[in-house]
Unconditional design. Structure first.
Length: 87
């Protein structure tokens, strides 16, 4: 059993459907592994938020929040690197 619960926002599921199938499968595998270790090698903390982190998967980025007190990883965005940080 994972130590953290992984939740996808509704908008993030929509982002995922727009990705190529091979990339989407890789993203899902990587995000599910965040339940075991929310801070894998290569993760970077985003300076704009207290709980936000980013992992790189080729040209794509996964931005997520980690709430340690609730044992929760909430996936915020999955997009191409040129679009992920835009509001």
């Amino acid at each position: 059993m994972a130590s953290f619960r992984v939740e996808w926002k509704k908008s993030t599921k929509k982002d995922l459907r727009k990705l190529p199938a091979s990339v989407a499968a890789r993203v899902v595998d990587e995000v599910e592994s965040l339940g075991w270790n929310p801070f894998p090698q290569g993760v970077e903390k985003l300076t704009a938020s207290e709980n936000a982190y980013r992992i790189r998967l080729g040209d794509y980025r996964v931005v997520y929040n980690v709430f340690r007190e609730w044992k929760l990883v909430e996936v915020q965005r999955v997009r191409h690197r040129k679009d992920v940080y835009r509001a």
